[in-house]
Each structure stands twice: as C-alpha cells, then as structure tokens.
Design a protein around this ligand. Structure first.
Ligand SMILES: [Mg+2]
Length: 255
C-alpha cells in the first residue's frame, strides 16, 4: 500500500501529538496570523488592484494587468519582509509598493502611487475572501481554544477586515504590531499576546504563513509553530517548524 505525502504527514503529526500527550504537552491557546493565513490577502488585493487598474487607466503603462500585479506582488512581499525587520517605515512601504511597478515602466510618478495607495487601503478591507476552509477550521478551533490574532497589519485596516469578513466573534484578543510596539518576528509581540492570555510559551502554538515572521518569531519566544505553507519551498538551512501544513483542514488533525 502506498501513502501520499499528505497522509504520511498526518500520520507523523498524529504520532508526534501522541508522543506529546505522553509528556503532558498540550496547547491551551492558539495564536493565528491574519493575512494569507485566514484572510486571503493575495486574492483580495488582486481584486482591488484590478479595479484600480481599470479606474486609473493603468493599461496605458503596462502590457496587461498581470504584468502590473506581478511587479506589485514581488515588491510588496520584499517590503513586508523589510518592514518586519524594521528596515522600512509603514509610510515608505505604502507608497513604494505602488511606485515600484510604475518606475519599472518609466512612469516615476509619486503622486499617482500615493493616490493608488490611498484607494487601495480604503477598498481592501471591504473584500471578504478567506483562505480555503478558514470558517470550518475556526468553528472547530473556537470550540476548543481561546484564539488570538497576532498580526503585523495596520490597525486602520485589520479591524475592518475582521468585521467585514465576520471573523471578530472567533477571537478573544487581537494583537497588532502597532498596539504591541513590536513587529513579528520580534519576541515582544508574542510576549504581549501571551501576557494578554495569561499564558506560558509552552501553553500556546502559533499558526502562520510567513516563515520569517510567524515561525521564527514564535520559536524566538519558545512557542511551538505551525507553518501554513501553501507554495513556498522549505529552504535547506531553515530550522524545521514544529508542524507544516498545506491546507487549514489539517489543523483538525493536529489540534
Ligand atoms: Mg501572513
């Protein structure tokens, strides 16, 4: 009998969980990232930018929307990594991610990038597409654990996203970097979330899609981690997360 990779992973996860139970290691609190872990940032931002691309007649500068979105998405990912390391400001990120695609086609127009940024931040929280199985898994987890959002996203958009996507009811606490005065992977944002719950690091597990922010960050503070890795290859020198999943439904096996 041959087993698929997912079946093997679930089997080993069950064995690991069984072994953990033997040593009385059980989680009491679950922390979750928001963007691209529960709320589908990639899909929602693509939808908003498609609207702005048409309204602002950006087709005059680019071959097509895909060229524009590809340039934006690559730069946006880089900027969030830099923002997490404290190397760029929120204000720089917000303009640069929209200025970069324009600059690549010879349209170095800061004013246009600022307008796109303002429209993007205004329209984005109205979108409500979630990651596959997010509600089913939140219903399951909410019945078993107090849940806490730990996110680097901006205050002015994250609460609107939670409200519009009807996710507020699932969470005991929402910890954002601006309120914790620290960005993931800084251990202080996780310590703040643990303190709010009255939890020890060994009591809680962090679930997120960013290796550098969620996985490294949680490990920095001594928490176990679940890496929701939908498409990125694991780099050889990366230390293994406690668990890796490619579908949120696997959480029902792990927790
Ligand atoms: Mg994320």
């Amino acid at each position: 009998m041959r087993f698929s990779i997912v079946e093997k992973r679930i089997f080993f996860a069950k064995v690991t969980r069984y072994c953990n139970l033997q040593f009385f290691v059980m989680y009491k609190y679950v922390f979750l990232d928001l963007d691209d872990t529960l709320w589908n940032f990639h899909s929602n931002s693509k939808c908003v930018l498609r609207e702005i691309f048409a309204d602002r007649q950006l087709a005059q500068y680019f071959n097509d929307f895909d060229q524009y979105f590809g340039l934006y998405a690559k730069r946006n990912f880089e900027l969030w990594e830099l923002y997490g390391k404290g190397l760029v400001t929120k204000e720089y990120l917000n303009v640069e991610r929209f200025l970069h695609p324009l600059r690549q086609v010879g349209e170095d127009n800061v004013r246009l990038a600022e307008l796109i940024s303002a429209e993007f931040l205004m329209l984005l929280p109205n979108k409500t597409t979630l990651m596959p199985h997010a509600i089913e898994v939140l219903d399951y987890l909410h019945a078993k654990y107090p849940l806490t959002i730990v996110s680097n996203g901006f205050i002015e958009v994250q609460y609107k996203k939670l409200k519009n996507a009807k996710l507020e009811k699932y969470f005991e606490h929402v910890v954002l970097s601006q309120s914790a005065n620290a960005l993931k992977p800084d251990r202080r944002i996780f310590e703040y979330a643990l303190q709010l719950n009255g939890a020890l690091p060994s009591d809680a597990i962090m679930i997120g899609d960013s290796y550098t922010a969620d996985i490294v960050g949680a490990r920095n503070v001594g928490m176990d981690q679940i890496y929701y890795n939908t498409y990125r290859p694991i780099v050889a020198d990366q230390i293994s997360p406690t668990y890796v999943i490619s579908d949120l439904l696997e959480l029902k096996e792990l927790l």
